[in-house]
Design a protein around this ligand. Structure first.
Ligand code: AHR
Length: 323
């Protein structure tokens, strides 16, 4: 618990004094993790990887699943503060409304690290944020579509992530930036599917109804793969061919989208690593060792995968990773 800070400090000081190479060990640290929920395959993998990373490092991880509700996250964070944990990881469901609880953590000198989503709070209220560049992710998806479609007229339907979440805001922005110069490509419908497969399917069904039974739709842009998988199902049930009649581009790179790609039912995805905890724990350990502040943003990579990337091989490499 909190005394682990001091214990670690002593260990590091001793090793510095003796000159003996002591590896930075996080053993005896207690870290609280407020997770959003399990809305997507990607989120399930992030939870698995975080637990594995903690175990590997001997960190006692206190896990709280917020069932998609910010109020549950705030309650869990207050619980972690009351328990006197050494640090708190938060995957924030929405971007606003965190200032008060983060101030409470700061008053208790508990460092907070954000995982996979950004917030609109003063930066001094958290140690660092490990996230992708979500505007860039949307841009990569949009650039792919612009190139793939060429000069053809293209009506796009967009499945947005959770309203008010940073990936929903930023992935929309990046995609719109990418297609801005292509006057042949237009977003004709855009609605939240809350990052889930079920809602992605439901919303896609309503888009299909509204757009001439789907024949007027040229592409789906989904803010995550799970919603894309739901949309693929809806397109098939409407008697159309996903991947051919309607192009599918999304974000995450979960194993299921590679299976869909291998069948020709999806076209492109932008990878988001589920390993946010590795860089987060590295930053925390370094901070505890010598109080060196990490950068405020630790950026993860955003790589484009298309059907040309041997989807079954990628599927095989990812399928056992907790998605
Ligand atoms: O914040 C990351 C996003 O949240 C993932 O892209 C999505 O699948 C998840 O639910």
């Amino acid at each position: 618990m909190r005394t682990a800070f001091a214990a670690l400090g002593v260990a590091f000081t001793l090793s510095a004094m003796t000159g003996l190479a002591t590896s930075v060990s996080a053993a005896s640290l207690t870290v609280g993790f407020s997770q959003i929920g399990s809305e997507s395959g990607w989120r399930a993998a992030e939870t698995t990887v975080t637990k594995q990373e903690a175990e590997k490092r001997g960190i006692d991880l206190k896990f709280a699943d917020a069932q998609q509700k910010q109020e549950n996250q705030i309650k869990a964070i207050r619980g972690f503060i009351a328990q006197g944990v050494d640090a708190i990881l938060i995957a924030p469901v929405v971007a606003t409304g965190w200032d008060a609880v983060l101030k409470e953590a700061k008053e208790e000198n508990i460092p907070v690290i954000l995982l996979d989503r950004e917030i609109e709070s003063p930066k001094d209220l958290y140690l660092t944020a490990v996230t992708s560049d979500q505007v860039h992710e949307g841009k990569v998806a949009g650039d792919w579509l612009v190139k793939d479609i060429g000069s053809k007229d293209c009506k796009v339907v967009e499945l947005q992530g959770t309203t008010g979440s940073s990936p929903a805001i930023n992935r929309k922005k990046g995609f719109e930036e990418a297609i801005k110069a292509a006057s042949n490509i237009k977003i004709v419908r855009s609605q939240t599917g809350d990052f889930t497969r079920t809602k992605g399917k439901e919303v896609m069904e309503s888009f299909i109804k509204a757009e001439g039974g789907g024949k007027d739709i040229c592409a789906v842009y989904a803010h995550n793969d799970d919603m894309a998988v739901g949309a693929i199902q809806a397109i098939k049930e409407a008697g159309l061919k996903p991947g051919t009649d309607i192009k599918i581009v999304s974000i995450d790179a979960v194993p299921d989208i590679f299976q869909a790609m291998a069948k020709g039912e999806a076209n492109a995805t932008v990878e988001l690593t589920p390993n946010m905890a590795g860089p987060a724990f590295d930053a925390l350990e370094a901070y505890l060792k010598d109080k060196k502040e990490p950068p405020k943003w630790i950026q993860t990579e955003s790589k484009l995968f298309t059907a040309n990337d041997d989807p079954m091989k990628v599927y095989e490499s990812k399928k056992g990773l907790g998605y």
